[in-house]
Design a protein around this ligand. Structure first.
Ligand code: PBG
Ligand code: ZN
Length: 332
């Protein structure tokens, strides 16, 4: 050892950690609030709000009540919303997905009228809340038929764009859906509607609370023939190249916390904005840990969201956003 190392006694990493203001001055990562999106669940009907047992603080709203909720949220500082629909009319062709009666389509109309361009509206594009079997595509011979699902997804994107959505976000994981949706939007003049693709969406145990919330669990089998296998990361790059090639504007990784390596991989391999979805199971897990006294909520949420940002996400979809703003956790 002697002589092999320079005398480093003047390099003291702890100097940069010695006081809060110094840590704040030199922090490498900062939360990007304008890049955060709050998810909502929209139900058909009027004047109803329903609690979601597994997701404390998150509710399902009819379009009229959603407007009131978002009014409050805008005052807190929320600027970006992501809407998920529920439906009591489900069939094998997912008819309600691309109907003008779709609860999300109606909600978007109302929100556009109410908030003009003060709120950025994104919406999930997927068939699972509207099919009677709960799969994300249409079924042929017990298999989710990729190409037969593209038309329904494209039509769904078009009716949502027509209603005034700024961003459509296909979460179905069918091959070619980004290209098909881009073409359908462009051919109807919606050249400025953005596509935020769920590019690397993994078949995950972390979607449990969402499926309760959105009433969208598959009635048979699982989603492993279309969502990605969590053992794979090179495959995520393949999905990335394809979505870029098909015209995605924003690429997403989902879930977020168990997939920080994939977020980082995307950051290094594209100049497009990278989004990460801090999903329902991650949210519920944090809430349960806090309830059990295992962690302080502010500390846990800030650490989680900062880690997702540090990995390379420009945009984070998170159910924690309202709590973060309401409690002003980010300020301190
Ligand atoms: C629908 C969809 C799901 C989520 C977003 N869009 C569920 C699924 O694929 O089963 C999950 C979101 C969350 O867990 O918060 N395809
Ligand atoms: Zn789906």
């Amino acid at each position: 050892m002697a002589g092999a190392l320079k005398d480093n006694s003047n390099i003291r990493p702890r100097r940069l950690r010695s006081a809060q203001l110094i840590r704040d001055l030199t922090a490498e990562t900062r939360l990007n609030l304008p890049g955060m999106i709050q998810p909502y669940f929209v139900i058909p009907g009027k004047n109803k709000i329903e609690k979601i047992e597994s997701m404390p603080g998150i509710e399902r709203h009819t379009a009229d009540r959603l407007v009131k909720q978002i009014e409050k949220d805008v005052k807190l500082g929320i600027k970006n919303v992501m809407l998920f629909g529920l439906s009591d009319k489900k069939d094998s062709r997912a008819t309600m997905a691309y109907s003008k009666q779709n609860p999300v389509v109606k909600a978007i109309r109302k929100l556009r009228t109410e908030f003009a361009n003060d709120v950025m509206i994104s919406c999930d594009i997927c068939l699972c809340a509207y099919t009677d079997h709960g799969h994300c595509g249409l079924i042929k011979d017990d298999y989710v038929d990729n190409d037969a699902s593209l038309d329904a997804l494209s039509r769904m994107a078009v009716v949502h764009a027509e209603a005034g959505a700024d961003i459509v976000a296909p979460s179905d994981m069918m091959d070619f859906r980004v290209g098909a949706i881009r073409e359908a939007l462009d051919s109807r003049g919606f050249i400025n509607t953005l596509i935020m693709a769920y590019t690397a969406k993994y078949a995950s145990a972390y979607y449990g609370p969402f499926r309760e919330a959105a009433d969208s669990a598959p009635s048979f089998g699982d989603r492993k023939t279309y969502q990605m296998d969590y053992r794979n990361s090179r495959e995520a790059l393949k999905e990335l190249w394809l979505d870029i090639d098909e015209g995605a504007d924003i690429v997403m990784v989902k879930p977020a916390l168990p997939y920080l390596d994939i977020i980082s991989l995307f950051r290094q391999n594209t100049d497009l904005p990278v989004a990460a979805y801090n999903v329902s199971g991650e949210f519920s897990q944090a809430k349960l840990a806090v309830k059990a006294g295992l962690a302080d909520e502010k500390a846990l949420v800030l650490e989680n969201l900062t880690a997702i940002t540090r990995a390379g996400a420009d945009i984070i979809l998170t159910y924690h956003l309202r709590d973060l703003l309401k409690n002003r956790w980010f300020d301190e």
